[in-house]
Ligand binder design. Structure first.
Ligand code: G6P
Length: 618
């Protein structure tokens, strides 16, 4: 949550900052702001409520030409979205400006102490406290900003990624992180440096990136080599990584929204996800995952898997459990990372904890694996963002390689995660000798056909758009599925809530009798995922129960299914596939459905209210 950008170099910083903020808007869009330092002790601070475009408009006619600047797009934690609470926050003297992503947990105590020393506060934020604290610590240390930042951060409990500038020094940008991500881009000959919460705003200027580690502070000085120090131990060496980011993934590619583009990206990116991993020779398929090859002993002998994740990634985890138990015969649990991290979890030898995360920055997932690692578990990551905090905390893992996902409602990350989980379960099942040879070959073959099958579902886009109109009038809806499709029901309902603000519940279809059935009337759409697999007949009985209560059914069915069609107001067809791969297809119409409902309701699809793409606070 919250995105940070910084620049120091030979060009005006404002356009670079605004451009960078636009790429980070997925992290929050309650308000935005920037501070530009331009020599002669001048510092311009601009703030605007709402989207980055409002900030852009506000700064359009200003001639801020400073070549040092910091900027921020906010997802509110402390204090309502407003200009006063927007970042940057400036210290009492007006000298120091700071942008911050994270939460200073002990800010109230620090604030009280600073108030006693005569500091006053304009905003309700924890960040303003940090700005004042830095100033106070710097003043105490004879005005040296670097030692002020160092001393202030040592007093803070919580999470931070910060960028700090001083209006009296146009040649210095300071950055630091603890539990919130921060990347530094290094330009040619150290002539310019870029700072951002992830590499996406940097990649168009330079591919050379340094990721800060926890409790590290970066001293970025004009024309000098980057220096990084640990807050406690002093100067540290750092590794410069080459990022490989497909920049075309960062724009909408002609689609009206990122979400729709990402739904339509799925056939291509799933092929990317499988490329080089599924190999075929003479009709014989094989899956090779380097994580499984390199850590075979640990993984093959695993006694238990625990999947920790949040949101959509948690739904993928529920499918992962079924895949691992089916193909590997290893007991698997799925936990919400936010709960797991505080449980009295018993970790035993042979425990593998698997983090699933698109962003690789979700605070709860990160904390959950840190806890499990401390207790001795092996940590496996299924992550999209290369080099992210979670990816770096794991012992091993498999990237999903589906390119950046920008739309807040996750789509291609889900199918990418399920694809990786399928490959993993098969690779491990094969290594353990628990998967039937014929089934192994058949599932892998069918998995390679999934991208084409998704393509045929996408051709129903216009039809689903029509169906979506009916949903715009609903206040509630119910999503029901069983077996492999139960997590898809949860995911379909989540998509609907997230972007169209219609209350939607996902339930195991048979469990409906124990509560949700009381809600059913002719005004509530009931979405069944009724593909032609195990429990198909039982799903039909559940549908009868809904019809008897005058419920209106919309169903995801296997192509050509006439039996279910007769019971439904509308059906959305998916091609036939194997039961364990059904989620990869049945989720697609549900993604499109929620998208079109949100568009029909004229809502902001890519930036739904109150949500953020990357939840870096607990
Ligand atoms: C947020 C996003 C969801 C995402 C969840 C977990 O809530 O809005 O789309 O599923 O975080 O994120 P992760 O990056 O860990 O998969």
């Amino acid at each position: 949550m919250c995105g940070i950008v910084g620049y120091i170099g030979d060009k005006p910083s404002l356009p670079i900052l605004i451009n960078g903020l636009k790429k980070l808007e997925y992290r929050g869009y309650d308000s935005a702001g920037c501070a530009i330092v331009s020599g002669n002790e001048r510092m311009e601070v601009y703030k605007a409520k709402g989207k980055v475009s409002n900030l852009e408009e506000k700064t359009q006619n200003d001639d801020a030409c400073g070549t040092l600047g910091i900027a921020h797009t906010r997802w509110a934690t402390h204090g309502i979205p407003s200009e006063i609470n927007a970042h940057p926050h400036v210290s009492q003297s007006g000298n120091i400006a700071i942008v911050h992503n994270g939460i200073i947990e002990n800010y109230a105590v620090l604030k009280e102490q600073l108030e006693k020393k005569g500091y006053t506060f304009k905003s309700e934020t924890d960040t303003e406290v940090l700005a004042q604290l830095i100033e106070y610590a710097a003043t105490e240390g004879n005005g040296d900003l670097v030692s002020g930042v160092r001393r202030a951060l040592k007093l803070c409990i919580g999470a931070y990624a910060i960028a700090v500038v001083d209006r009296r020094n146009p040649d210095l940008l300071i950055a630091a992180r603890k539990a919130s991500p921060l990347a530094i881009g290094i330009g040619e000959n150290n002539e310019e440096f870029f700072l951002a919460s992830d590499a996406s705003p940097i990649a168009e200027y330079t591919r050379k990136i340094v990721y800060l580690n926890d409790e590290e502070l970066a001293l970025i000085e004009r024309g000098k080599e980057l220096r990084i120090e640990n807050l406690h131990t002093g100067s540290v060496d750092y590794e410069i990584k080459e990022v490989d980011l497909d920049l075309s993934m960062l724009d909408k590619g002609g689609f009206p929204h990122f979400m729709l583009k990402e739904i339509f990206d799925q056939p291509t990116v799933l092929k990317d996800c499988m490329r080089g991993r599924i190999l075929e020779k003479d009709g014989k398929y094989r899956v090779v995952l380097s994580a499984v090859e390199q850590h075979k002993d640990i993984l093959v002998n695993a006694k238990r898997f625990t999947i920790v994740s949040c949101g959509t990634s948690w739904h993928a985890g529920l499918i992962g459990k079924q895949l691992i138990e089916h193909f590997c015969k290893i007991h698997t649990e799925v936990a919400y990372a936010s709960e797991y991290r505080y449980n009295d979890t018993v970790i035993e030898p042979g425990d593998v904890v698997m983090a699933i995360s698109q962003s690789g920055e979700t605070a709860d997932t990160l904390a959950a694996i840190e806890m499990a690692k401390e207790k001795g578990a092996t940590i496996f990551g299924i992550v999209n963002s290369v080099g992210s905090s979670i990816a770096r905390q794991t012992d091993t893992g498999t990237y999903i390689h589906i390119g950046p996902e920008i739309g807040v409602a996750s789509t291609k990350a889900f199918t990418g995660q399920v694809t990786v989980l399928t490959m993993l379960a098969l690779a491990l099942g094969k290594a353990r000798g628990t998967v039937d040879e014929q089934e192994y070959n058949e599932v892998l073959r069918e998995l390679t056909l999934i991208p084409e099958k998704i393509q045929t579902i996408l051709q129903q886009n216009d039809k689903i758009k029509d169906i979506a109109r009916i949903f715009t009038y609903a206040h509630n809806c119910l999503y029901l599925g069983r077996g492999w499709n139960y997590p898809v029901a949860l995911e379909g309902a989540l998509k609907m809530k997230e972007i169209s603000y219609i209350h939607a519940e996902g339930y195991p279809a048979a469990e409906m009798k124990h509560g949700p059935i009381a809600l059913i009337d002719d005004e509530m759409p009931v979405v069944f995922i009724a593909t032609h697999h195990q429990l198909y007949q039982k799903i039909i009985s559940n549908m009868q129960e809904v019809l008897s209560r005058r419920g209106r059914i919309f169903a995801i069915v296997t192509e050509g299914d006439e039996q279910v069609r007769k019971m439904c107001a509308e059906v959305m067809e998916v091609p036939a596939t194997l039961a364990c791969l059904a989620p990869l297809l049945s989720v697609i119409p549900l993604q499109l459905l929620s998208y079109h409902v949100a568009v029909a309701k004229q809502l902001n699809v890519d930036q739904p209210r109150n949500l953020a793409k990357s939840v870096t606070v607990e």
